[in-house]
Design a protein around this ligand. Structure first.
Ligand SMILES: [Zn+2]
Ligand SMILES: [Zn+2]
Length: 244
């Protein structure tokens, strides 16, 4: 028995590029047989719907909206919903999934979106957060600099960003990076912006995840299986031969 989790998900409340609300995402993941999702909307420095003219507190409240709406729907349907975000380092447009930090942390650290990666990494990790470099070798129109991963500044790497059939993600280079640095946690994420893709990516565990702290402990313990193109695989991406 596996418990499946989406690690990389956007909602239209917060992410400009997303097509579905938090509640719609929850319904899609429930249908796909997942136990939970991590809502990781674009942070203020990314493709985010939130006006920078608002106070920091107002901005933080709005950043929580997609997650809050998803959580309410999740409570109704029995899907666990956790909070994270995707920090964008400008002008490089490199993205970092951030887990196990909460609203209080954000309120206590105004304008952390302006930090360098070194500063951000130090702050996040000092406060118990986990940092994953998302799609480190993606090529896209909005990315103007060649990829330059800094493995020592992150805890892990997204070896599989769904659309693994989409060559612009260059997942094979992310795998290569993870193998070169065995310390790095490996995760898979759908980077879902449209609910019809629910079920393709994420991670799976043999046990149920209680909260974000439990999630990052489980990742650190090496207990995560990767969901790649809808199949549960081991940490090398090899499908598990077992009825799930
Ligand atoms: Zn997006
Ligand atoms: Zn994303």
């Amino acid at each position: 028995m596996f418990y499946k989790y989406e690690t990389h998900l956007h909602t239209s409340e917060v992410s400009k590029c997303a097509y579905n609300t938090g509640a719609e995402m929850v319904r899609a993941y429930k249908k796909a047989g997942y136990t939970g999702i991590f809502v990781t909307d674009h942070f203020f420095n990314g493709n985010c719907t939130i006006s920078r003219k608002l106070s920091w507190k107002e901005q933080v409240d709005l950043l929580m909206q997609g997650y809050e709406n998803a959580r309410k729907e999740g409570e109704k349907l029995g899907l666990d919903v956790f909070f994270g975000w995707e920090f964008t380092l400008n002008p490089y447009a490199a993205d970092f999934l951030t887990y196990n930090l909460d609203k209080e942390f954000l309120l206590d650290h105004p304008y952390i979106d302006r930090l360098s990666l070194e500063e951000y990494s130090k702050l996040v990790r000092k406060n118990g957060g986990l940092l994953i470099h998302a799609h480190p070798y993606r090529e896209a129109e909005y990315i103007h600099y060649p990829p330059n991963p800094q493995p020592h500044l992150v805890d892990g790497v997204e070896v599989n960003n769904t659309m693994s059939d989409c060559p612009s993600n260059k997942n094979y280079l992310a795998w290569r990076l993870a193998r070169k640095h065995p310390r790095l946690i490996r995760i898979s994420g759908t980077d879902i912006h449209s609910a019809d893709l629910a079920g393709l990516g994420g991670v799976a565990f043999r046990y149920r995840i209680k909260d974000s702290k439990h999630f990052i402990d489980a990742l650190r313990a090496g207990d995560a299986y990767l969901i790649i193109d809808g199949k549960i695989t081991d940490r090398e991406g090899k499908p598990i031969r077992e009825v799930v």
